[in-house]
Ligand binder design. Structure first.
Ligand code: CA
Length: 301
């Protein structure tokens, strides 16, 4: 009973927050909000995307056959944050292309997805700031450009022996784009550094299956499965889910040499292999009713 007043206050604040957010208040950390002002209408769909100025989409003319083409605002965004991405990658031993791939993977889908995420994330942020401390109940929202959960950020701080942060401080860090990028690198660095994700000597970390597994684990959480045997598309071990195949395709689509220059770590053949793997895996998933193929793409056992 003692808690009834704070609970009521919390619920009222939460409702007020939801109503005000529904009225159009937006957080400032999403990819959409980072776009140049004159690009937003094209991305939102209020204006024809094909009419957008070249700085909104890169390259200016969409060409599906162009391997260096990634549709949408991702390339301008990655270019803008290149220094942060590269330095975070160097600190945590992660290729910048994989960090960029997560940024695309977690934000792709335009329209519904980013609006829904914006809305949910803003509502959670509001709740945590207002009702959270008095009720000692925080929503474990996935926030920012890398959609990192507050609990994941807390775990990563512990793993990398950073200062302990309160939920509110973690939330503040995750809604800062530069800090969020650092958490993406920390998460990838941790996922790739585990014993069961050590690559055999002479194997590139851009191996399509490896990239898919890491991409899958970023989405669904770390698994203790072994890597599949080298040069084997089947057999025992981890099988990447379709999310991972999509991630591999995005990494292969990022024109990394153009963006990262001498800091780019992916080679052209690796980039082509990733894209081909992602396309094939996704096509199989879409076109087949074969339960074995579907399960192969959906399961990370
Ligand atoms: Ca979210």
């Amino acid at each position: 009973m003692k808690k009834s007043i704070p609970v009521l206050i919390g619920i009222s604040l939460g409702l007020a927050g939801l109503i005000s957010l529904y009225g159009g208040v937006k957080q400032s950390t999403t990819l959409y909000n980072s776009l140049p002002k004159d690009c937003k209408a094209y991305y939102k769909g209020d204006k024809e995307q094909s009419d957008a100025p070249s700085h909104c989409y890169e390259p200016a003319q969409p060409q599906s056959h162009n391997s260096d083409y990634l549709y949408g605002p991702y390339v301008p965004f990655i270019r803008k944050h290149k220094d942060t991405i590269v330095s975070a990658g160097q600190t945590y031993g992660v290729p910048p292309e994989l960090i960029a791939g997560i940024i695309v993977n977690e934000n792709y889908g335009k329209g519904d997805r980013y609006l829904l995420e914006d809305w949910q994330d803003s509502a959670s942020i509001f709740w945590n700031k207002t009702a959270g401390p008095s009720l000692d109940f925080y929503i474990d929202a996935s926030l920012g450009i890398g959609q990192i959960n507050i609990s994941t950020a807390k775990f990563l701080d512990e793993h990398y022996k950073k200062d302990d942060k309160t939920p509110i401080k973690l939330q503040k860090a995750l809604t800062n784009t530069k800090k969020n990028i650092e958490y993406i690198a920390m998460n990838l660095g941790w996922l790739m550094g585990r014993k069961n994700r050590q690559l055999p000597e002479g194997t590139s970390c851009f191996d399509p299956i490896y990239v898919s597994i890491i991409g899958t684990e970023y989405v669904i959480g770390a698994k203790d499965t072994p890597l599949p045997p080298k040069d084997s598309s089947s057999g025992e071990g981890a099988t990447p889910r379709v999310e991972g195949a999509i991630f591999a395709r995005y990494v292969g689509q990022i024109p990394s040499i153009n963006i990262f220059g001498k800091d780019a770590t992916i080679t052209r053949p690796e980039q082509m292999a990733l894209r081909a793997f992602g396309e094939e895996a996704i096509n199989q998933y879409r076109d087949t009713n074969d339960p074995v193929i579907r399960m192969a793409l959906l399961d990370l056992k």
